[in-house]
Design a protein around this ligand. Structure first.
Ligand code: ZN
Length: 201
């Protein structure tokens, strides 16, 4: 009798074990299917581990963790123009799932709180690690900088190069500039003049 109970308990434990086994990432099967659809043999040398790599890279890209993005310092002087340029990010165009690179410049008028310099890059990378449009990328970054710093005067400029333009379609090298400009930077006046002077340097 006790043996039956014990073996039943064991079976249940084994069943539980089986259900908890990690399932293969469904992206692997998707990659195998993709390779077959484009006339490749997923079992040939060189492609055998490609589906796993494909799945890993997609997970890495979409599960990106930017770390802390909101570390603020008390500012001793307010009203300064802070401009951080040359933040390079890679993202994926949501229309073609092809990469685009973008050089980001973030400017804001400092208030009581200053945002740590590395945080601008973290914010930019965070919004780049999803399917994006360049216009929305700069707008998302600007919205975060406004929210975190509390400053209304924020400008974000992106210069992007899109593989969906250089590799397909019109197949030409071209750069795209998009801006998201807020507060005094968006109105004619000294703040905007100062911003433009720095942006053109
Ligand atoms: Zn595209």
């Amino acid at each position: 009798m006790s043996t039956d109970v014990e073996s039943e308990a064991l079976t249940t434990a084994l069943d539980l074990d089986r259900t908890q086994e990690p399932q293969p990432d469904p992206l692997i099967a998707l990659a195998v299917r993709l390779l077959q659809e484009i006339g490749e043999d997923p079992n040939r040398d060189g492609l055998r581990e490609t589906p796993e790599r494909f799945a890993r890279w997609w997970r890495e890209f979409t599960d990106y963790d930017p770390g802390t993005v909101s570390t603020l310092f008390e500012s001793t002087s307010t009203g300064q123009l802070v401009l951080v340029s040359g933040i390079q990010v890679w993202s994926l165009c949501e229309h073609h799932l092809l990469p685009f690179s973008c050089s980001i410049t973030v400017a804001y008028r400092s208030g009581q709180r200053l945002l740590g310099l590395s945080k601008f890059a973290r914010i930019a990378h965070q919004h780049a690690h999803r399917l994006q449009l360049q216009e929305r990328l700069v707008a998302d970054i600007a919205a975060d900088v406004i929210e975190i710093t509390g400053s209304q005067d924020v400008a974000v400029v992106g210069h992007g190069e899109h593989l969906c333009m250089t590799m397909r379609g019109i197949k030409t090298d071209a750069r795209m500039t998009s801006t998201s400009i807020h507060g005094d930077f968006a109105r004619t006046g000294p703040a905007r003049d100062e911003l433009l002077t720095f942006l053109h340097r």
